[in-house]
Ligand binder design. Structure first.
Ligand code: CP
Length: 307
């Protein structure tokens, strides 16, 4: 098989294990390209891609833009904060105006869960979800699983603990779907107030003690406390969160095994993750970012092939 089963990447829930494997094999090839002196291929020449971001981003926006440029696509960038959205223009009017400039693919981040699904039903361009509210962040999950595969040889059979603010995290949901499709065991861990009640129906283990989660797992993916999505107080203070749920070097020193530490970024240093772990030999956080470019190149290339 050399084609994806879908013409959009809206969520990991909607794609198959074979799709994920094809993305990884394609990303392996692009990673090799990115290590060459000339890091560019003509694969998407004559394709125009709009990166439409209605929410803040550093890694995802730059990673997509770089992936598109490495593939020789024409790229336009839209950020809602300095656009006519501020004058009241709707999402569909904004996107239709951008598409009338002959855009082939749209990469979109939006604070509303489902916004990319809405777009995919109303426009003809291929859509890539770059994060929709608390719902999914499919390319983050793909680059996370790709990084585990690179570090440990395979994802199947590995134990992955996702630690932190599960309730507000699109990274958690996409990671659960992706890791399970690839045959990993998944645990979520955090304060009871930040673990959604439905989560065990997804077939994941639930743990409230971070040290026990670290003892169980091969890989700990530590998530940010998403204060911007929290309308009420879910824990007394950041200091208390750090004390009971933060990951630090002392906790890793108590383990009698190797462990891989991941974080999708941005990190709240000293809250969910201490610098003595984030910057340690256990951490593959910057490899995740590096792999993001190759994985996004693979996604864009394969979706363009489905046009
Ligand atoms: N991991 C991630 O989505 O980071 P940004 O919000 O900076 O894109």
């Amino acid at each position: 098989m050399s084609q994806l089963s879908t013409r959009h990447l809206l969520g990991i829930k909607d794609i198959t294990k074979e799709d994920i494997q094809l993305i990884f094999e394609t990303a392996d090839n692009f990673k090799e390209v990115l290590n060459r002196p000339i890091k560019k291929v003509p694969s998407l020449r004559d394709i125009t891609i709009a990166n439409i971001f209605f929410e803040n981003s550093t890694r995802t926006r730059l990673s997509f833009e770089l992936a598109e440029k490495r593939l020789s696509a024409d790229v336009i960038n839209f950020s809602s904060s300095n656009s006519s959205v501020k004058k009241g223009e709707t999402l569909i009017d904004t996107v239709n105006n951008i598409l009338s400039m002959k855009v082939d693919m749209v990469v979109m981040r939006h604070s509303s869960p489902g916004a990319p699904y809405f777009l995919s039903r109303n426009i003809s361009a291929n859509i890539v979800n770059a994060g929709d509210g608390t719902h999914e962040h499919p390319t983050q999950a793909l680059l996370d699983a790709f990084s585990i595969r690179e570090k440990l040889g395979d994802v199947a059979g590995k134990k992955v603990a996702i630690i932190g603010d599960i309730l507000h995290s699109r990274v958690a949901l996409s990671n659960i779907f992706c890791l399970q499709k690839l045959g990993a065991e998944v645990m979520v861990c955090g304060p009871i107030t930040l673990i959604p009640k439905y989560i065990s129906s997804l077939g994941v283990k639930v743990e409230y003690d971070v040290q026990k989660a670290l003892e169980w797992c091969d890989v700990a993916n530590v998530l940010r406390i998403q204060l911007e999505r929290q309308q009420i107080k879910y824990f007394p203070s950041l200091r208390e969160y750090s004390l009971y749920f933060g990951v630090n070097k002392k906790m890793l020193d108590r383990l009698d095994k190797e462990i891989v530490i991941m974080h999708p970024g941005p990190i709240n240093r000293g809250v969910e993750l201490n610098s003595d772990v984030a910057d340690s030999e256990h951490s593959i956080i910057l490899q995740q970012v590096e792999n993001g470019v190759a994985v996004r190149m693979a996604v864009l290339y394969l979706l363009a092939g489905a046009r």
